[in-house]
Design a protein around this ligand. Structure first.
Ligand SMILES: NC(=O)c1ccc[n+]([C@@H]2O[C@H](COP(=O)([O-])OP(=O)(O)OC[C@H]3O[C@@H](n4cnc5c(N)ncnc54)[C@H](O)[C@@H]3O)[C@@H](O)[C@H]2O)c1
Length: 364
């Protein structure tokens, strides 16, 4: 078992990473006392992993709340139902919630933990790659409302993260690949050496070799811990985690969240952001091509599709909630492994970068 500490003063917590941790009582024991536990999961993950967790927590007072699957479930109704369950059971303040599932379960469970009695303990047990390398660490919790995604939420750090890398093997392959985009993002913004490592281990990553999985989760969590440790509430440097996301969100919004998984849109967005960094003269030429080659080898998309117009994407970017005081903020690169926040890219620069990243093959 690998352990990484997230250094946030009295809100610090460990992230435990390894194969088979969900079924291991020793992985849970330091984080659960004798108080009641409520496991929050969904109907896809429950049959796969709930029995193992219940086995590891044998002897504890455990209840389960199972949601339907899907991003649309990260909503008021499920938050209300979960809070209702806590209220009906007179759940005491020392109750521990456990989020067993991907980022959707983690965000909703975390938000319920943040809001019940002004905040109770919760443990993240992420079962997707995206949740293990990103969503479970950092304390952002949220639900979606009809007006937009993640508009209602709170910062609330978990008491521990238990990331069982064996769970990644049952993921739909597309979900796994989408998570790899976020992994590569850490290389692009934090550590050029990690880009080299990913490039050298593409076959191991495609084969989901246990050591390769543990390595990418550990390194990604370390990078995220560094950034979050320096800026817990996203007042500054934490913004660099949005590399590729402004373009990615524009693609997701434009296609009604139907065509791309988040990580796939981010993958395209990273190539566009690196291309813009190069054309603005901020970054030496070559990295955009290299990121695109790595992503292609990992089975991720890399081009802006021929049927989407660049001005439409630009329009979506103007509404991005990360813009401040009307200024458009983009995360660009000044070197491999080094991100900068930019407010000076003109519309024409952005349009040119989007068009430079068009699929050469119109069918792509
Ligand atoms: N809080 C944060 O910092 C943060 C960061 C990034 C993303 N997010 C949020 O995370 C969500 C996306 O998370 P996600 O990509 O994990 O999606 P998800 O939670 O929808 O999971 C993807 C799919 O995989 C299934 N699944 C989960 N684990 C599985 C397993 N081991 N085997 C088989 N199937 C499994 C799920 O049921 C779902 O169908 C979004 O709502 C996003 O806003 C939050």
């Amino acid at each position: 078992m690998r352990t990484i500490d997230i250094p946030l003063g009295d809100r610090s917590y460990p992230v435990r990473i390894g194969e088979g941790l969900l079924a291991d009582p020793a992985a849970w024991a330091p984080h659960v006392g004798q108080a009641p536990i409520l496991i929050v999961t969904n109907e896809t993950v429950a049959p796969l992993y709930l029995p193992a967790v219940l086995g590891a927590l044998k002897g504890h007072d455990v209840d389960t709340f199972t949601m339907a699957d899907g991003e649309a479930e990260k909503n008021w109704d499920n938050w209300r139902a979960l809070i209702g369950r806590l209220a009906d059971r007179h759940a005491p303040r020392d109750t521990t919630l456990v989020a067993l599932g991907g980022g959707v379960v983690g965000d909703l469970c975390g938000f319920a933990a943040a809001t019940w009695m002004r905040g109770i303990r919760f443990i993240q047990a992420p079962t997707t790659l995206l949740a293990q390398v990103d969503a479970s660490v950092g304390g952002k919790t949220a639900i979606n409302i009809p007006q937009g995604k993640n508009l209602v939420g709170a910062f609330h750090q978990p008491a521990a993260v238990i990331a069982d890398t064996a769970t990644l093997r049952t993921l739909p392959p597309r979900e796994y690949r989408a998570g790899l985009a976020e992994v590569l993002k850490y290389g692009a913004i934090c550590d050029a050496g990690f880009i080299d490592w990913i490039e050298a281990n593409i076959d191991a990553l495609r084969a989901m070799e246990p050591d390769a999985l543990a390595e990418i989760v550990e390194r990604s969590v370390r990078y995220k811990a560094e950034v979050v440790g320096a800026d817990e509430r996203e007042q500054g440097v934490r913004a660099i985690l949005n590399f590729g996301h402004t373009f990615g969100h524009a693609l997701e919004t434009h296609t009604g969240y139907q065509r791309y998984l988040h990580g796939e849109a981010v993958a395209i967005g990273m190539v566009v952001a690196a291309t813009l960094s190069e054309s603005r003269g901020l970054l030496a030429p070559g990295l955009a091509r290299r990121l695109a080659d790595i992503q292609s080898a990992l089975g991720l998309p890399v081009t802006v599709p021929a049927d989407i117009d660049a001005p439409d994407l630009l329009q979506h970017m103007k509404l991005d909630k990360k813009n401040l005081a009307g200024r458009r903020r983009l995360v660009l690169l000044s070197a491999p492994g080094k991100a900068i926040v930019d407010e000076d890219s003109a519309d024409a620069d952005i349009l040119a970068a989007l068009n430079a990243c068009r699929a050469e093959d119109p069918a792509a």
